[in-house]
Design a protein. Structure first.
Length: 450
């Protein structure tokens, strides 16, 4: 796992210090080989960063002669943490954007956790704030369709129960894959909406694992070079609500889990038991002195080594008590090479309709920060329109999209069918109902590869 040093030191010196003091990952010579290709990022800034979007991380390394061990020691864990995707599939723009933040923002290296569960600690305060200002939040009221005026503007959001929600301005925060299902027929050939065809979300799996003993070597968020695991943390240490001095509760991201992200197995289609078996084997390898040899999980029974020496069997180590597997069939957009130019602006050609979401055009890419920034940019569009000013955010649409839109025929929206979180781009534990809904909407996610 990665461990950063340099807390309290201003950027970019904290980032440089962390690299220089870590002697285990890269040699001094490898560090010197890595620096020159990154200098244009500092000199040219965002223009250089955006121009690298056509290259994968590995393509960029080969172009600039970076040593292979940079990928093994650094870029694998960065890529999996930033977009749950392997370096040979990830746009270099994503990695450079993160590094640019590390170098230029004092808090770019800081990480934090909510002190409790999201519904209570994040969603509830947001609802309270909205309602205090006279707003209303509707839950369990799924949308049926967008009803349009003759001029193509939005007339109302029609809910499944027939209720019409009428407003002056409409802002969509739908994930890109869900948005594509509800784009009205009249908009379907417009270049702005046609470019959405070039974007898609990648599958990811979140695991919650409770152990009967405390793991002592995880004290923060860890970035992993494991072929199966991405980022993980012991919530009993990092989150107040789950605090426990005697037992660990590990939350981790299982990725990549599909071909688009670099995987050779479609883990979304695998049973929970297969996923947990594979994960326990990886955890035993990553924490050989703490995870028990447990016959219930054959992957933990393999011989282990630590710092070059073979370890004795560990029957009394930490054992898994229970687990939960949450699949997100379409998570953040796949930041594969060449996609950045297709991300739409928050400002749409529809006078009373705007977009937000991390897939829209903003500097923080597919992330929580990106989603928040996109929301702020959409609010700027709405605010400008409210006072009759020119809304900011125009973005050029690519020539190939213009050609495709000109040749396209209008397409009726398929809509969001289903009642579970999966139907609306969320994650859920799988049962027969959820599996059936996914099969109806996105059958390729359930096609086994091997």
């Amino acid at each position: 796992p990665w461990r950063w040093v340099g807390a309290g030191i201003p950027a970019p010196f904290n980032f440089g210090l962390a690299i220089l003091l870590n002697q285990k990952m890269l040699t001094l010579g490898e560090k010197l080989q890595t620096a020159p290709p990154l200098l244009p990022m500092l000199i040219e800034g965002q223009d250089f960063i955006n121009a690298q979007d056509e290259l994968s991380v590995l393509d960029f390394m080969r172009k600039y002669g970076m040593p292979d061990r940079i990928n093994d020691e650094v870029f694998i864990s960065m890529a999996k943490a930033l977009d749950f995707i392997d370096p040979d599939k990830l746009s270099m723009t994503v990695v450079l954007t993160a590094m640019n933040r590390f170098l230029n923002e004092d808090n770019g290296l800081q990480m934090a956790f909510l002190d409790g569960n999201q519904p209570d600690r994040l969603c509830a305060p947001m609802v309270e704030s909205i309602e205090k200002k006279g707003g209303h939040v509707f839950t369990s009221k799924p949308m049926d369709r967008l009803e349009l005026n003759d001029d193509g503007t939005v007339k109302a959001v029609v809910l499944r129960d027939g209720t019409e929600v009428v407003a002056d301005e409409y802002v969509s925060a739908l994930p890109v894959d869900v948005l594509k299902r509800v784009v009205p027929e009249k908009w379907s050939t417009m270049p702005y909406f046609k470019q959405l065809d070039e974007l898609e979300g990648i599958p990811v799996i979140n695991l919650h694992m409770w152990f009967d003993k405390k793991l002592t070597t995880i004290d923060h968020l860890c970035f992993s070079r494991s072929p199966l695991l991405s980022v993980y943390a012991d919530m009993s240490t990092t989150c107040k609500e789950y605090a426990d001095d005697d037992k660990s509760m590990i939350e981790l991201v299982f990725a990549p889990c599909s071909p688009i992200a670099g995987g050779d197995t479609n883990w979304i289609a695998k049973p929970d038991e297969d996923i947990i078996q594979a994960t326990m084997g990886e955890l035993a390898r990553l924490f050989p002195t703490e995870i028990a040899n447990d016959p219930a999980y054959p992957g933990t029974m393999a011989a282990r080594t630590f710092e070059g020496g073979e370890l004795p069997a560990l029957p009394d180590g930490a054992k898994l008590r229970k687990f939960s597997v949450v699949r997100v069939p379409r998570s953040v957009y796949a930041a594969i090479p060449g996609r950045n130019k297709y991300r739409p602006s928050q400002k749409s050609p529809i006078d009373n309709f705007s977009l937000c979401g991390c897939f829209t055009s903003q500097k923080f890419l597919g992330s929580m920060e990106g989603a928040i920034l996109a929301g702020k940019l959409a609010a700027e569009v709405v605010s400008a329109r409210a006072v009759g000013a020119t809304a900011p955010g125009d973005k050029e649409i690519m020539p190939d999209v213009l050609e495709a839109a000109a040749a396209a025929s209008p397409k009726k929206p398929v809509g969001c069918r289903g009642d579970t979180a999966i139907a609306f781009g969320g994650g859920y534990t799988f049962d027969q109902l959820v599996t059936r809904e996914l099969k109806e909407q996105d059958a390729e996610q359930l096609t086994p590869l091997n």
